[in-house]
Ligand binder design. Structure first.
Ligand code: IPD
Length: 300
């Protein structure tokens, strides 16, 4: 099977050229509902593995961008399960997963997988971690792709968010809508932090300026759950610099289908550089503040 590796650069994933550059065949887009059903099945199956296989004490298997950016054996096992089912069910599709990178396909569809979003919560037994599965078309990068179908499955309590492009967003079958827009001063804002010292110094500077201007800040520890929580009105807005494609893919569609704008700064789309989400008017205010703060840079 042709393959290429994806590694994370400072501002996003850098995908090496596939070893077999065979042209992608264009065939009519699969039924998004079928992609959505498979996304949900995958997320639930991997979620059952993560839930049932959690030892009392979880060990760190390895680290990635820094000593605190951890991988557990379950991150690897969950992604292996997802890849195994996809190889059986959708052998022509590409896959981009957090732990094993990119494998090219020929169908025009890429599955974007986060086997455990919120790995640090999983490590400590804090019940906010999720399996995130999305089917996207277009290049496998948030600036360019179109997310067609998505599922985020919260492992600890079983909450399951689903969305199909144009079909609305749902939590356990119940339709979701973001909160009405609110002034920033009355907005509960979610955010998250990266794993490198340089990134965190810059994020601390930005949070110090945002915190006095909003109702409060929440740091749930799973970007996918942040965006899904926003979709159901549990947050008024969300921003984060440094999201990887797998953090963003599924949950961005859930948020958008619930009525959120999901964007970057300075007219750019949401990406690793910056993601801001919420109702349009709230996002406008937050984007203006974040642009003023150069929040899409690592300036300390
Ligand atoms: C992390 C979580 C966290 C966010 C980080 C992500 P991981 O994903 O989504 O909330 O702040 O930016 O890297 O490492 O648990 O898969």
């Amino acid at each position: 099977m042709p393959s290429s590796r994806t590694v994370l650069g400072q501002d996003g994933p850098v995908t090496s050229v596939p070893q077999d550059p065979s042209p992608v065949t264009t065939r009519p887009l699969d039924d998004s509902a079928a992609l959505g059903a498979l996304a949900e099945r995958l997320a639930r199956e991997a979620g059952a593995l993560v839930r049932d296989g959690r030892p009392r004490r979880v060990d760190v298997a390895s680290t990635k961008t820094s000593p605190i950016d951890v991988v557990t054996a379950m991150d690897l096992a969950s992604e292996a399960l997802l890849r195994r089912v996809l190889a059986e069910e959708r052998p022509d599709d590409a896959i981009l997963g957090e732990e094993e990178g990119h494998v090219a396909g020929t169908s025009g569809i890429t599955w974007v997988l986060d086997p455990i979003d919120g790995t640090v919560n999983y490590l400590y037994g804090i019940p906010a971690y999720a399996v995130s599965v999305a089917a996207v078309t277009g290049p496998p990068a948030p600036e360019e792709w179109t997310v067609q179908a998505a599922c985020v499955h919260a492992v600890a309590d079983g909450r399951t968010w689903t969305a199909v492009r144009g079909g609305g967003a749902f939590l356990d079958g119940e339709r979701l809508a973001v909160n009405p827009p609110a002034p920033l001063a009355e907005s509960l804002v979610g955010t998250g932090f990266g794993y490198t010292v340089e990134r965190r110094r810059a994020q601390a500077r930005v949070v110090a300026e945002v915190l006095p201007r909003v109702r409060d800040i929440r740091r749930i520890g799973s970007a996918a759950m942040d965006l899904c929580t926003l979709a159901g009105g549990g947050l008024d807005a969300y921003f984060e610099r440094g999201l990887a494609p797998w953090d963003l893919a599924a949950a961005s569609l859930v948020a958008e289908e619930a009525g959120a704008v999901v964007t970057g700064l300075r007219g750019a789309p949401a990406s690793t550089r910056m993601t801001v989400a919420g109702p349009a008017e709230t996002v406008a205010g937050l984007v203006a503040l974040l642009e003023e703060l150069d929040a899409d840079t690592d300036r300390p």
